[in-house]
Design a protein around this ligand. Sequence first.
Ligand SMILES: Cc1ncc(COP(=O)(O)O)c(C=O)c1O
Length: 377
Amino acid sequence: MQRENMTSSEKPAVVPVTQPVLPPLDEFLPYLEQIWANKWLTNNGPFHQQFERALCDHLGVEHVALFTNGTLALVTALQALRIGGEVITTPYSFVATAHSLLWNGIKPVFVDIDPVTLNLDPARIEAAITPQTTAILPVHCYGHPCDTARIQTIADNYGLKVIYDAAHAFGVRDEGGSVLRHGDLSVLSFHATKVFNTFEGGAIVCPDARTKRHIDHLKNFGFVDEVTVVAAGINGKMSEINAAFGMLQLKGIDAALQRRAAIDARYRAGLAQVAGIDCLPDAGETLPNHAYFPILVRPDYRLDRDTLYARLREHGVHARRYFYPLISDFPMYRGLPSAAADRLPVARQAAAQVICLPIYPDLSDARVDAIVDLIAG
Ligand SMILES: Cc1ncc(COP(=O)(O)O)c(C=O)c1O
């Protein structure tokens, strides 16, 4: 097995936690030429329309509304369903999940996570429901599906909406098809750090044409025609450049996912015998996307999490502690009753133990092996 030397005294090359997949530049030029020729830069242009259809086909969903980014898509999804009052969500996510609630004047109610999947724990949701609760906002964390069946049962029993933050879950399937079909709406991110990127970008997966039409109005300031504005919508439209790039990116996504799967398998094999390091199991997905490679550094590992994190950095491995700190620890959330430390013990432990290792299609086997060696000591 080829090993790369990452222990020399010279400054090692930096290995980022992720690196975007980019197609050869010359393959993008014909797309740009088309945009230059027709001078339609945004506002539901030809590439925007094509990309929405192509995404539906690729993902196996009926309706997609493209956005500038995932955050504006989340904000708009909540607005589209007229969600207010309180929304139950996870503290173990990227901060945009909860920020989308604040942007809608909604009070987040944090509920602890499942110790195996690190997704919102359905067993704890009911206890957090109050007369003000209107919806549940779970996250398919690291692309591992939530327990969608149990969440839907609770939502049905209490008359709540469900919006999935599926920013990590591009292309993920369970036995019934795309995980994006669950809930009332699902929101994707195509940020540069994601499995599938359009530089910046995002989308809402909608169950029907009517909902998509409404969302299309909301992402265009609330305009339904030249003289009618029906809501205080935002400018959330994806530009033609991003949509054209998305069309090109779709060509490479299958190969990218295959390479991610191989890296995931190599890490798992290499780390299997390392005492105190746990890899996250799948969560029922039939088609995973290997968006992240989180490990949990347990107390029986020879170093604590932050010492391992620092040691990896010394060797140029820029792993990340996703998701530390918890969202509920940020200043705009920590005063909420549901943010109290003793109410979120599982999330707190995960945030204290997690490290996401580098994973991206251009990461070589040799680098993966060198990272495993560093961890194995
Ligand atoms: C879980 C989660 N939700 C929302 C977002 C926000 O997406 P964007 O960066 O496209 O606005 C991200 C990532 O950036 C994320 O990881």
